[in-house]
Design a protein around this ligand. Structure first.
Ligand SMILES: [Zn+2]
Length: 82
C-alpha cells in the first residue's frame, strides 16, 4: 500500500536553496530567516519573507543567530567610511 503523506518535506529536491551568511551552509529557503539590507547597510528582519531589497539569510542555528547580531554586510559601492 502506498499512503500519500503530506509530510513529505524530506524531499527538498525542488526547493529553492539559500546560503546562510554565517556558516555558509545551504538550506532550503523556507527554513532560513530572511533579512533585508537597506542602502544604509542596516539589516532588518524580513518578517514577510518578501520585502524588496537585498536579501540575506541566516539559518536556524543558535550559533548563527548569535553571530548574526554582529554581522555586517559588505558595503557595495564607494567605500565611504562612516
Ligand atoms: Zn548558519
Amino acid at each position: 500500500m502506498h499512503e500519500k503523506n503530506n509530510e513529505a518535506e524530506m524531499d527538498a529536491g525542488n526547493e529553492p536553496v539559500r546560503m546562510c551568511v554565517i556558516c555558509h551552509g545551504r538550506f532550503v529557503k523556507k527554513s532560513l530567516n530572511r533579512h533585508v539590507v537597506s542602502v544604509m547597510g542596516d539589516i532588518a528582519a524580513d518578517l514577510t519573507q518578501t520585502a524588496p531589497g537585498r536579501g540575506i539569510y541566516v539559518c536556524a542555528s543558535p550559533h548563527c543567530a548569535a553571530k548574526f547580531v554582529k554581522y555586517r554586510p559588505k558595503r557595495a559601492g564607494r567605500g565611504k567610511h562612516v
